[in-house]
Design a protein around this ligand. Structure first.
Ligand code: MN
Length: 222
């Protein structure tokens, strides 16, 4: 387990995020979890996570994934997260690390395309197939900087490979809702006691929704 950094950053009596068990049970069948969490904190980003060796390897992707193979998306590796985090959708309270609203934007399973995943990670080029609701087919993460002393601070690129799932459709704009609850960020914030207006900055079409009952119900929209 490599959750020391994850736990050090968080106060588990104040945040609803999971602490993570010390010895998570491996599921029979061996399917590896994949999840993308859309996270409106100090800035909007998409946390891309792949289960490996009992934790979720994690990258923060500021612009989110692109289904267009010519588009390379910056992905900054962050601390490993506990497997239980793959189920988390909700609000991280103000004052806590990553304070803001978290949406389960996509989830499913993944398969490495190379036999030796550890060697691929070491080399900084991991090819994989995603079986999500929004992201599918073949992808690659390529490390560009930060190799060496602190791999959890390295910079990678997330790129879609050419296959039948490749398209120029803007998936982050066209499919903005939770894969788990179908809620927008503002709706998650509303339901879980978060900052609705701040969360709504991460939802598309904010101007159009200014007149919807969701926001006028807060009494803050004239
Ligand atoms: Mn995040």
């Amino acid at each position: 387990m490599k959750l020391k950094e994850y736990r050090k950053k968080r106060q588990f009596d104040s945040t609803p995020e999971p602490r993570g068990s010390s010895a998570p049970a491996r599921k029979a069948g061996g399917l590896l979890v994949y999840v993308v969490q859309k996270h409106m904190s100090s800035h909007l980003h998409y946390d891309f996570r792949l289960e490996w060796r009992g934790v979720l390897l994690s990258w923060a992707v500021p612009k989110g994934p692109s289904l267009d193979p010519v588009v390379k998306r910056l992905a900054m590796q962050t601390e490993d997260h506990p497997l239980e985090y793959a189920k988390f959708e909700g609000v991280i309270p103000a004052g806590q690390y990553g304070a803001g609203t978290v949406m389960l934007w996509d989830r499913g399973t993944w398969q490495p395309e190379n036999a030796d995943v550890d060697a691929s990670l070491q080399k900084g080029e991991i090819k994989f197939t995603l079986h999500g609701k929004k992201l599918q087919g073949s992808w690659v993460l390529v490390r560009t900087r930060g190799f060496g002393s602190n791999p959890a601070r390295s910079t990678w690129l997330l790129i879609k490979h050419r296959d039948r799932y490749a398209t120029t459709k803007d998936v982050t704009q066209e499919e903005p809702r939770s894969a788990a609850s179908q809620r927008l960020l503002a709706e998650i914030a509303r339901d879980e006691g978060g900052d609705i207006e701040r969360a709504s900055l991460g939802d598309p079409g904010i101007k159009a929704r200014r007149t919807t009952p969701l926001l006028s119900a807060s009494g803050r929209i004239a």
